[in-house]
Write a protein that binds this ligand. Structure first.
Ligand code: GTP
Ligand code: MG
Ligand code: NA
Length: 345
């Protein structure tokens, strides 16, 4: 599988953090959707995925001078939402294993909490770079909303006592990160992005800091992760969910992290009773900027390149197993490949 230095795939970003820190709301703000309002108990219970074409990302990043100066080489961002509730450690682990970079969301009013620590542990284990969204800045007493404004403008525009409360909470957060072995700094003062974690104050309600967050994701992935993002033809694909869909039968939701999938491809999926070899009948995605886990219209594609969240329709998927790899094969899978799959179940 030849690598193409001039062609990058879309980076995969995973959002992690303690329950109710605002992970889904941040995505809602970027998507202009209300996914969080529709969640049972306001709690995320599945991994989600949303495709953000670069045009949409650019609209936000160009609100920053730095963002306007940025050359854009990636086609899109694929952002994976995860649950923060303590009972979903397996899904946080799965989400973090798929990503190139993570956004760790911290409620600025609460500081670091148990699933923040757990998320940091997952990121440490995999050496995954991350940035921190210090969310809910609008809850600082007397905060004046500056909707969808870069936080480097919104923060200096606040009253002295608001800025003082921000500084105090920021200092506490930095101490908490230092105790875990991470130097951290607000992103506009971070002159060592490899050595120090960048902190971005955000509000998912009024949108301050959203342009800054997107700018950092684009610039860090393009500038620091070029090798990792170079296009390869090798297919890498993980099954997230096995779902019954009316009219389609049993489908699988997958994240394609490398290569290209095509209608008519022969795929091998782990099943409860051994490998399932089947043919892709349809490759479906939600519309761009729509959450994959929410019921809605699907777009049908003849072929799809990484990175994308995809619903695959095919025969024989009833007993497919989530959390396993999908392989693509011309001859129905070599014995070795099938053995590998069996090991994973
Ligand atoms: P889980 O997925 O269940 O872990 O939660 P989450 O991290 O996705 O948080 P969610 O988006 O569900 O938001 C939790 C609550 O915090 C909701 O009531 C949101 O309206 C609120 N919230 C989220 N972000 C902000 C923010 O920036 N400011 C304020 N004031 N409230 C927020
Ligand atoms: Mg959520
Ligand atoms: Na929630």
């Amino acid at each position: 599988d030849a690598r193409s230095p001039d062609r990058l795939r879309s980076p995969i970003v995973c959002i992690l953090g303690h329950v109710d820190t605002g992970k889904t709301k941040i995505l809602d703000k970027i998507r202009k959707t209300n996914v969080q309002d529709g969640e049972a108990g306001g709690i995320t219970q599945q991994i989600g995925a949303t495709f953000f074409p670069l045009d949409a990302v650019k609209r936000e990043t160009s609100k920053l001078a730095l963002g306007r100066a940025l050359e854009h080489n990636i086609p899109a961002l694929l952002i994976i939402d995860t649950p923060g509730h303590e009972s979903f450690t397996n899904l946080r682990s799965r989400g973090s294993s798929l990503c190139d970079i993570a956004i760790l969301v911290v409620d600025i009013m609460h500081g670091l909490e148990p699933q923040t620590m757990e998320s940091i542990e997952l990121l440490k284990q995999r050496k995954t770079p991350f940035i921190v969204a210090l969310n809910k800045v609008d809850r600082l007493y007397d905060w004046k909303a500056k909707p969808m404004t870069p936080v480097i403008e919104a923060l200096p525009a606040q009253k002295r006592h608001v800025q003082d409360e921000f500084k105090r909470r920021l200092a506490e957060t930095k101490v908490a990160f230092a105790e875990l072995g991470f130097n951290s700094e607000v992103y506009w003062e971070n002159d060592d992005v490899r050595g120090q974690v960048s902190l971005v104050p955000t509000s998912a309600i009024s949108g301050e800091g959203i342009p800054d967050l997107l700018y950092l994701l684009v610039s860090l992935t393009q500038n620091l992760m070029r090798d990792r993002l170079m296009w390869t033809t090798h297919v890498e694909c993980t099954v997230l969910e096995v779902k019954m869909i009316e009219g389609l039968g049993t489908t699988i939701d997958v994240i394609l992290t490398g290569g290209t999938l095509k209608e008519g491809d022969t795929i091998v999926v782990c099943g409860l009773d051994g490998a399932i070899v089947t043919t892709v009948r349809a490759l479906l995605t939600p519309h761009p900027m729509k959450e994959m886990r929410v019921k809605g219209q699907f777009l049908r594609h003849g072929s799809i390149e990484a990175a994308q969240g995809i619903k695959i329709s095919a025969d024989g998927l009833d007993r497919a197993v989530a959390g396993t790899q999908l392989l693509i094969t011309e001859d129905g899978g070599s014995e070795e490949e099938l053995d590998l799959l069996r090991d994973e179940v």
